[in-house]
Design a protein around this ligand. Structure first.
Ligand code: NAP
Length: 320
């Protein structure tokens, strides 16, 4: 169904999940505003829609007036902003995960936006990391300002251009071994980014308001340990590596040094988050509510991890 007269604003629309949501909204004919600190980052997305359908809009997330100006006139707002590590004053977890969502939710209420979806994170209610705790505080800030917000808590997301499998695949290119932090026993339930985007759209376009004002935990069909994640990676990249068990204390020490890098591959806070499993609670509302059968890693991973094979995508054919 086309939604030509509707306007959606996506905060963090330049990010991994945000880009998928923008593409799907565009395919439905919605006019999409991408609120971003750097409009140039959103230019490549303009080709996903008709001329003028996708509009990058400069936004200063720390300024309520700037946020409200972008939200103004929108039917739908989606907040996909998030960070994995802190930097300086404006990139603290507290600011990005609590203050910014609160500001966006308030702007949505003031501008009478009909539907607002906020992306949180699985395990934020029980996690001991600062990332998790601020994601949880952010949910509460959103609910205070916009009680009807639909809140999604995805597990770690996979898909083309993800920052998870691609990161480890990149590491496996040059590292002689990969670390199994805490023995690699932490359990995860990775979910396909396209399934999460589908749920966002189902919530926005549903004729009923039954999805609103609720929290959903989104996990994929497979619960796997970190060791099993590596095994899948090795299988689909055909680059087996030695796995070396690393106690949490050693990983944390190493992460203190890695955290100095501009884009650290591991931070002390991420080590903390690996101390708890990240899987969906049995009683939680989840993908089934939206009638979505989640895609498995085994279906999606081969499609983008094959580029990491030694010799590239066509390695087998070339060697054969
Ligand atoms: N990826 C996962 O596996 C995963 C799992 C669970 C939950 N989540 C949550 O899902 C949401 C989307 O995740 P994602 O992986 O798509 O995120 P992402 O690609 O890392 O980034 C999303 C957006 O956050 C904005 N951003 C980045 N650094 C910022 C900063 N210092 N200050 C303010 N804004 C900043 C950027 O927007 P601009 O640069 O355009 O301003 C970016 O497009 C996030 O809330 C994340 O916490 C992600």
């Amino acid at each position: 169904m086309a939604h030509k007269d509707q306007i959606a604003t996506v905060f963090g629309g330049t990010g991994f999940l945000g880009r998928q949501i923008v593409r799907e909204l565009a395919a439905r004919g919605v006019t999409v505003k991408i609120a971003t600190r750097v409009p140039e980052r959103a230019y490549s997305l303009k080709t996903c829609g008709a001329v003028g359908q996708i509009v990058p809009v400069l936004c200063d997330y720390s300024d309520a007036q700037s946020v409200r100006a972008v939200v103004k006139g929108s039917d739908f707002v989606i907040n996909c902003i998030g960070i994995l590590f802190e930097r300086k004053k404006r990139a603290t977890f507290e600011h990005v995960h609590v203050d910014i969502p609160a500001m966006i939710a308030k702007a949505c209420a003031d501008e009478k936006v009909s539907r607002f979806t906020h992306i949180s994170a699985l395990g934020c209610d029980t996690g001991i990391s600062k990332y998790a705790q601020t994601k949880f505080d952010g949910e509460n800030a959103v609910r205070t300002n916009f009680p009807a917000a639909m809140i999604l808590r995805p597990a770690v997301m996979f898909g083309q251009d993800d920052d998870f499998f691609n990161k480890f695949a990149e590491l496996a290119r040059f590292m002689p071994f990969l670390p199994l932090i805490g023995g690699g026993k932490t359990r995860l339930q990775p979910v396909y980014v396209g399934d999460v985007a589908d749920i966002v759209l189902k919530g926005l376009f549903s004729n009923s308001s039954r999805f609103q004002g609720k929290i959903y935990q989104l996990g994929g069909p497979d619960v796997v340990t970190f060791r099993e994640i590596y095994e899948k990676l090795f299988k689909y990249t055909m680059r087996p590596k030695m796995l070396i068990s690393m106690p949490f204390s050693v990983a944390k020490l190493e992460a203190v040094f890695l955290n100095i890098l501009p884009n650290p591959i591991l931070t002390p806070d991420q080590v903390e988050s690996l101390k708890t499993d990240s899987i969906v609670d049995n009683e939680a509302l989840g993908l089934d509510v939206f009638d979505i059968s989640p895609k498995s890693m085994d279906l999606v991973l081969p499609g983008y991890l094959e580029t990491y094979k030694s010799g590239g995508r066509f390695a087998v054919e070339q060697n054969g």
